[in-house]
Design a protein around this ligand. Structure first.
Ligand code: 4AD
Ligand code: MG
Length: 486
């Protein structure tokens, strides 16, 4: 039996339904928040279902002054009336109001989200209310659609959703500084004989942390289910106060048995293009709004800093054109001979092979040199994680990073080292304890095979899709150094 689930709050319609379905001349009820109330006559009402408001026309003589006084920006109201063709410009339909009930008012003296332009910085301090603005409502609807697009892509392509643990006992990934998880009394922790904290007495009987990546665990599942993906929160305690870093962010990590690096790159490119197509198809109103917002903002910037393409065109461009694939070695040559390097414009000049790439270099390659998304691969082993597969040259590994315009690194991934002896050597050289990763090594002892995967920072994808400039504005409640309000 099919379950027909329909949420009908007090038999009401959503604004989206009222605007898109043919309900003309019907008696309708709608609940929402007042955006504006003009001339004691026109209420612009929004309920979060769409960027568009429904206009509700009030005949002020039919209502108590006391009630009308409470129809302020931010108030929650219930409106009943007839849906009619609009007399005015700007909307096709409107509600001729016959009933008006105030759920809860919003004092105009103290309600912070007034109908005027607020700075993003101001709104960050009001993160519990900023979602009432058009901009944040649009961003978060796009974020939601993107999440669905991610699941849809993997589910339709034979992947199993794998829930990686959040608390982990291994810190060997080396992806970043970790947050400790402990229930020990921080003022008076139990000590071992030599004066160190005795984690045997801690909740898990060992040191534990919040995960920086679900990859190592995902590998175990890929080596049984074939193709898996994680999509969950990850934590990094690095003190990077940038517009691209969060201490808590969501990462998507597919992991595939029998995939080599080329298969991995093909998948990553196809995946990104498809989720972008998904929002292009499903978030048109919000993207148009965000595009206009961006164009208005760009007008205030100097010409050189303006982006070359409007948002929707940029998303189409990325979803329709091939990403450029370049080895690290080729990229270093390009960078070494680049104008900014020769003119000493880079903060970190590129002198020799082996240098780690900074975001200034990544952005030069993507935005100035290739002018399209770039996949860099075959990095020096010395600047990448222990688990990446060593190439025949003995000095590079099968790593790949995807670099995006305006974002920099959006994906990091690799083909994994499947050879037990090579992996052990690598771990020994880096001082990684074999005992700690005994289960990871087991994968190389029993039915080992070529396998690969990557991690995509979800917020960086949302940044790209919405055209926003600061990662704090694309996650509901950002966690960054010195900031965990709400
Ligand atoms: O490059 P990273 O560190 O790779 C890994 O963690 C691998 N274990 C992934 C894998 O192969 N399964 O992180 C992957 C991506 C980055 O490319 C970036 O998009 C995002 O995660 N990311 C962050 N996003 C927001 N804030 C941070 N602090 C981030 N650190 C990484
Ligand atoms: Mg990386």
């Amino acid at each position: 039996m099919a379950i027909n689930f329909q949420v009908t709050t007090m038999n009401s319609y959503s604004v989206k339904e009222l605007l898109s379905e043919n309900l003309l001349l019907q008696e309708v009820t709608i609940n929402g928040w007042v955006k504006t109330f003009r001339s004691n006559r026109f209420i612009a009402l929004n309920d979060g279902s769409t960027i568009n408001n429904i206009q509700c026309v009030v005949d002020f003589e039919s209502f108590d002054e006391d009630v009308l006084k409470q129809v302020n920006t931010g108030a929650a109201v219930k409106i009943t009336g007839t849906l009619v063709e609009s007399q005015g410009k700007g909307q096709k339909v409107e509600i001729q109001v016959t009933g008006l009930m105030i759920h809860g008012g919003a004092d105009p003296e103290t309600y912070p989200i007034q109908p005027k332009k607020h700075s993003l910085e101001f709104l960050r301090e009001k993160a519990h209310l900023r979602i009432r603005t058009n901009t944040f409502a649009a961003i978060m609807r796009v974020r939601s659609a993107l999440s669905f697009g991610v699941h849809q892509y993997f589910q339709q392509n034979g992947f199993n959703y794998f829930h990686a643990p959040i608390i982990t006992g291994s810190d060997a990934e080396g992806a970043g500084e970790m947050f400790k998880v402990s229930t020990l009394d921080s003022k008076n922790p139990p000590l071992t004989e030599d004066g160190n904290i005795d984690y045997k007495e801690d909740f898990f009987g060992k040191e534990t942390n919040l995960t920086v990546s679900g990859q190592l665990e995902a590998e175990t599942y890929a080596m049984a289910l074939g193709k898996v993906y994680t999509f969950g929160p990850t934590f990094r305690a690095e003190n990077s106060n940038t517009s691209r870093h969060l201490a808590e962010f969501w990462m998507i990590e597919p992991e595939m048995a029998f995939f080599d690096l080329n298969d991995n790159m093909d998948l990553a490119e196809d995946f990104i293009k498809n989720v972008i197509k998904y929002v292009l198809e499903n978030c048109q109103d919000d993207l148009r709004f965000l595009e206009k917002r961006l164009l208005d903002e760009e007008k205030t910037k100097p010409q050189a800093e303006r982006s070359e393409m409007p948002l929707i065109e940029k998303l189409k461009f990325v979803s329709e054109n091939s990403f450029k694939r370049v080895t690290y070695t080729e990229a270093i040559d390009i960078l070494r001979n680049s104008k900014p390097n020769k003119k000493k414009k880079f903060k970190y000049p590129i002198n020799e092979w082996g240098a780690d790439l900074q975001s200034e270099h990544e952005r030069f390659l993507v935005e100035k040199h290739f002018k399209c998304p770039v996949i860099l691969f075959d990095y020096p082993a010395t600047i990448k994680a222990f688990y990446m597969r060593l190439n025949e040259d003995g000095k590079t590994v099968r790593a790949m990073d995807i670099l995006f315009p305006g974002i920099g690194e959006i994906v990091g991934g690799s083909q994994r080292e499947e050879r037990l002896d090579v992996l052990k050597e690598k771990m020994a050289a880096l001082g990684i304890d074999e005992e700690e990763l005994w289960w990871y090594l087991d994968l190389r002892k029993f039915g080992s095979a070529v396998h690969s995967g990557f991690g995509l920072g979800f917020e960086r994808l949302v940044l790209f899709a919405t055209g926003m400039g600061n990662i704090r504005d694309v996650i509901p409640f950002p966690r960054t150094p010195q900031n965990a309000e709400f």
